[in-house]
Structure formats: structure tokens, C-alpha cells
Design a protein around this ligand. Structure first.
Ligand SMILES: Cc1cc2nc3c(=O)[nH]c(=O)nc-3n(C[C@H](O)[C@H](O)[C@H](O)COP(=O)(O)OP(=O)(O)OC[C@H]3O[C@@H](n4cnc5c(N)ncnc54)[C@H](O)[C@@H]3O)c2cc1C
Length: 511
């Protein structure tokens, strides 16, 4: 049996801890915050429950579904979702239903979009097209009008940089459709044959998702109970500050309060890879690895509902938030009778004014913008709360994958150190992938097997990207990047190699 220390009690750390403790290993989890759950935690304000963003659990992995059912018992929920885009003061169903979309939009604009789609479809058939960046990936598939009108402003709002600086994986790993023709085909397939899988567990065309009564954080609270019942020790308010290597192995870790932990056989990192690099005194590995932060504004509205949708996207820049989630539709006892519970996600960087703004001012601003949209009918009696998340989204700047790979290569040189999860591997992934990574890692540690560190998305909807070096675009992108917000250097060295799979293996050795 091994002595295993896990840093971070998010979904990855807790799943791993529970699985290893159940196998009889001596496990300790160390967590910076005063409670577990990380990004997947639920906040309770004034008797209502709010998640930071929707946190729909999507999977078609039967092992994971069984695991969720067994952890949550009676608190396991299946929700039927409805989402929309609020665009040009119109509510457009998301995923887009072509007839509904055409009915809502200006006809001249529709004609322009259609002409471009035909042009790009034809161009893609006769010429080799390359996806140098997010901008290229989208324009090659949806045309430049759709890009300028919708994708560009939304992406700039969410990521804070020009989409020409973003790696095309940010598009291919999140946009479920490979082209507008794909949308039409898949929507028809749903309408005619009620076929909703489309090979993608997280597709917006999949109308159901799993959830937990009283919010996704309840899943983490239940996992904590499982950890403790299996003998796993969980220490809260323990913030990793430094780590030492001795005889080429991870030897000790020290908290910000000066507590030293050592004597572990295996050390698992699930906290942001940049935090681990700094703790190991390897800040040089953090070049070009940067996170997008987020401010969450939670509102208690003393009225039955905002609209008909679980969540609504706001692509236009006049709204500072990019999405509003309405928890009164989650069928999970989140809100009080006659009340609506909302979460507005506002992406920013730590240097931005918004990050430092008074909580009351952010609440006021959010209410004002919602009133201006016409969706909120009255601000009377609306109460609000704010939380901030520094490491919300890993910023996938062009060339980022090589920098992550370099950090992972370094970790691999330390035989008893391993990294996992969204933060630990700087992976723009969802909860199902985090739990799958934890299941795989628990097996590798338990059975002394070689462990693969895959940096590729395991999202089934992910499309291939075709990337080739193009230096001119980089210099153009650099010029347009906001000085403070964008990372200092952009590497295109990686671009030619990026179609290759980023999976490397390492045998985890005891200290
Ligand atoms: C706005 C938003 C919406 C999302 N919506 C969805 C969704 O709808 N569906 C979905 O499947 N996924 C969603 N996700 C993604 C999901 O939240 C993550 O994939 C998952 O929760 C990541 O788990 P993790 O354990 O890898 O990382 P985290 O949850 O970040 O856990 C890492 C833990 O490490 C701790 N930590 C950090 N620094 C230190 C330190 N120095 N010392 C000790 N501990 C430390 C943190 O406090 C945290 O508890 C969303 C994410 C965001 C930001």
C-alpha cells in the first residue's frame, strides 16, 4: 500500500482520493480553500443555491453514470435543458434551429451569410485550408460575416484577446459543429428521427444532462464523505507554496503557513500547473501559460423566472456578462418559492478594473444591463453576491500546447510526481473528463502501471484541426493584442507539430 498525497480538493482530487483510499492506500488531500469542490462548488446565499456557471454534467460513459448514481443516491438528477442566445434583442434557440433562426434575422443578412457559406464550402473542397488560429477555424467553416457578427465579439469577451491569437483547438474543442451544413443536418436528424447523441457527450444538441440536488457542489460534498469514510484525510486551508526535490524525487511540500509534508510515495498535483511550477521554483516554465479569470455575479430575483431557458448566451459586447444561468429551471431545489436564482459570468483578467471593482458596483452594473436587455422586468428587491475565480479558463494562446508539454516533460523527470485534471494539465476540459482522468490515474498508481499524460481533448465532439506554421499572422495578431492582458510571448514554433497527438507516458515510481 502506498502513501499518496494529493494537492487540490476539486473534482479531480476528490475522485482520485476516494478511489485510492477505497483500495486501501494511505491518502491525504491538501486544499487551499476552507471547503472542497474547486470550480465545481455550490454557493448558498440567503437560502438559495448557485453554481459558478451552469455545470451540466454530460457523459455517455456508463461507468461514470453509475458512479454518479451511486455517489448521489436520491440526489441524482436528470435535467432536460433549453438554452438560447440573446442576439440583436432577439432570443435565438441554442442550438440554432435553421427555420427559427431565418425567421428571426434580417433577410439581406441571411442571404449574405448563405452566399459566404457556399463560397467557403466550395473553397474548402478545391483548396487546402489551414486552421492557423481560432479565427481561421471559424471563418473556414462559417464564413466571415458570421465570424464578425457573432464569433469574434463573443470570443473577445470570453477570452480577452483577439481570436487570431487563440489556438484553433479553442474552437474545435468547443464548437460542436464542423460547419453550418453540419448544424442543418444534425438538427434535421433530431427533428425527423429524434436522434440526439451525435457522437458527442457534451454537444449542445444533447438535450439532457446530469446534475445534483442543491447544485453540483453537492457531488463534491458527497465525494468528500466517501473519501473520509474510506480513511482519506482531507486538510483544508492548506495552500501549496513550495516543493523540494531530493535525489531526483519529490521530497517535501510546504504550505503558505509553513506546514511541511513529506514521506509520500506518490505526490499528485491537481492545482494549476503554473502554481506547481512556481512551487518547484520553475517560473521559467510558466511562459505563455496564463489563465482567464472570472467574476461571478449571483442574483436573487423576487419573481418566478427570467425566461424559459436554463442558460442564455450574450455575444454582444454591450453586456459585460457572456452567459446567464437561471437555476430555477434545474429541477434541483435550488431556489425559493416564487424566486429566481441567476448567475452572470463575467470574464476578465486580474489587471482589469472589473476584477478590483466593489462587489456592490458589479451587482448594480449587472442588474442595470439586465434591465436594459428587457429580460429583467424590475430591479426592485433584487439582491446580489459576488465571487471571483482566478484560474477559471486556461488561455489557449497559439503555441500554448508546446509550453504545457514542456512542463509535463519536466514533471515526468520526477518519478514520484504526477499531474492530473483541468488545472494540473492546463486542459480546457469538463467535469466528466476530470473524473475519467482521475479513474485512469487511480488505476495506474494502484497497479504500478505506466500512466499516459494526454493533452488531447477527449471530448467526443472535438474536431480535427489542421495547423501549419504561418508567421505573418502571428505578427499581425501581436499588434492587435491588448498590451496588459495578453501574455508576453507567442510561439508559433509548435504550430507545424500541432496535429500530432500530445500523449506521453511515464511509470509512476514510489519514492
Ligand atoms: C464558468 C465555468 C463553467 C463551467 N461549466 C461546466 C459545465 O457546464 N460542465 C462541465 O462538465 N464542466 C464545466 N466547467 C468545468 C469544471 O468546473 C472543471 O472541469 C472541473 O471542476 C475541474 O476540476 P479540477 O479538480 O481539475 O480543478 P479545480 O476544480 O480547479 O480544483 C483544483 C483545487 O485546487 C485548489 N488549489 C488551487 N491552488 C492551490 C494551492 N496552492 N494549494 C492547495 N490547493 C490549491 C483549488 O482551491 C481547487 O479546490 C466549468 C468551469 C467554469 C470555470
Amino acid at each position: 500500500m502506498k502513501k499518496i498525497t494529493i494537492i487540490g480538493a476539486g473534482l479531480t482530487g476528490l475522485t482520485l482520493g476516494a478511489l485510492l483510499a477505497r483500495k486501501g492506500h494511505e491518502v491525504t488531500i491538501l486544499e487551499k480553500e476552507g471547503r472542497v469542490g474547486g470550480l465545481a462548488r455550490t454557493y448558498e446565499f440567503d437560502g438559495q443555491f448557485y453554481d459558478p456557471g451552469p455545470h451540466e454534467f454530460c457523459t455517455d460513459n456508463p461507468v461514470l453514470i453509475e458512479m454518479l448514481k451511486s455517489i448521489l443516491g436520491d440526489d441524482f438528477r436528470i435535467c432536460h435543458k433549453k438554452a438560447a442566445q440573446f442576439f440583436m434583442r432577439r432570443m435565438i434557440d441554442f442550438p440554432v434551429r435553421p427555420l427559427h433562426f431565418f425567421g428571426q434575422m434580417d433577410k439581406v443578412l441571411i442571404l449574405k451569410i448563405m452566399a459566404e457559406l457556399v463560397y467557403f464550402r466550395f473553397k474548402n473542397l478545391v483548396c487546402e485550408t489551414m486552421d492557423y488560429s481560432f479565427e481561421h477555424w471559424v471563418t473556414n467553416r462559417f464564413g466571415s460575416t458570421m465570424y464578425d457578427l457573432y464569433f469574434k465579439p463573443y470570443t473577445e469577451k470570453v477570452w480577452g484577446i483577439d481570436p487570431s491569437m487563440l489556438d484553433p483547438r479553442t474552437a474545435s474543442e468547443r464548437i460542436a459543429f464542423n460547419s453550418v451544413f453540419d448544424i442543418i443536418l444534425q438538427t434535421l436528424s433530431y427533428s425527423l428521427f429524434n436522434k440526439e447523441q451525435y457522437g458527442s457527450a457534451h454537444s449542445p444538441l444533447k438535450y439532457t444532462f446530469y446534475y445534483a440536488r442543491r447544485g453540483i457542489g453537492h457531488l463534491c460534498d458527497k465525494l468528500l464523505e466517501e473519501c473520509e469514510a474510506a480513511g482519506c484525510k482531507v486538510e483544508l486551508n492548506w495552500e501549496l507554496e513550495s516543493a523540494t526535490i531530493k535525489d531526483s524525487k519529490a521530497h517535501s511540500i510546504t504550505s503558505a503557513a509553513g506546514d511541511v509534508q513529506e514521506g509520500f510515495d506518490v505526490l499528485v498535483n491537481t492545482v494549476p500547473i503554473t502554481v506547481l511550477n512556481s512551487a518547484l521554483d520553475r517560473d521559467d516554465l510558466n511562459t505563455d501559460l496564463r489563465f482567464r479569470s472570472m467574476v461571478f455575479c449571483y442574483l436573487d430575483v423576487p419573481a418566478p423566472e427570467l425566461d424559459n431557458f436554463h442558460w442564455i448566451y450574450f455575444p454582444e459586447k454591450k453586456y459585460s456578462f457572456q452567459r446567464i444561468t437561471d437555476f430555477s429551471h434545474f429541477n434541483a431545489d435550488m431556489t425559493k418559492e416564487g424566486h429566481t436564482g441567476l448567475c452572470a459570468e463575467i470574464a476578465c483578467f486580474e489587471e482589469d478594473e472589473l476584477w478590483h471593482m466593489d462587489d456592490s458596483k458589479i451587482v448594480e452594473k449587472t442588474i442595470k444591463e439586465l434591465l436594459a436587455s428587457g429580460l429583467l422586468k424590475s430591479g426592485e428587491g433584487v439582491k446580489g453576491w459576488i465571487t471571483r475565480e482566478k484560474h477559471a479558463y486556461p488561455l489557449q494562446i497559439n503555441g500554448f500546447i508546446e509550453h504545457v508539454a514542456t512542463s509535463v516533460e519536466y514533471i515526468k523527470t520526477i518519478p514520484n510526481l504526477v499531474a492530473s485534471g483541468r488545472q494540473g494539465l492546463f486542459k480546457y476540459c469538463n467535469m466528466n473528463e476530470c473524473m475519467e482522468m482521475a479513474i485512469e490515474l487511480a488505476d495506474s498508481i494502484d497497479k504500478d502501471k505506466e500512466h499516459s499524460f494526454s493533452l488531447d481533448s477527449t471530448w467526443k465532439g472535438a474536431h480535427n484541426v489542421q495547423i501549419k506554421e504561418k508567421t505573418t499572422k502571428k505578427s499581425e495578431a501581436k499588434k492587435s493584442a491588448p498590451k496588459k492582458s495578453a501574455p508576453k510571448k507567442t510561439s508559433t514554433k509548435s504550430a507545424t507539430k500541432s496535429t500530432a497527438k500530445k500523449t506521453t507516458k511515464k511509470k509512476i515510481t514510489d519514492a
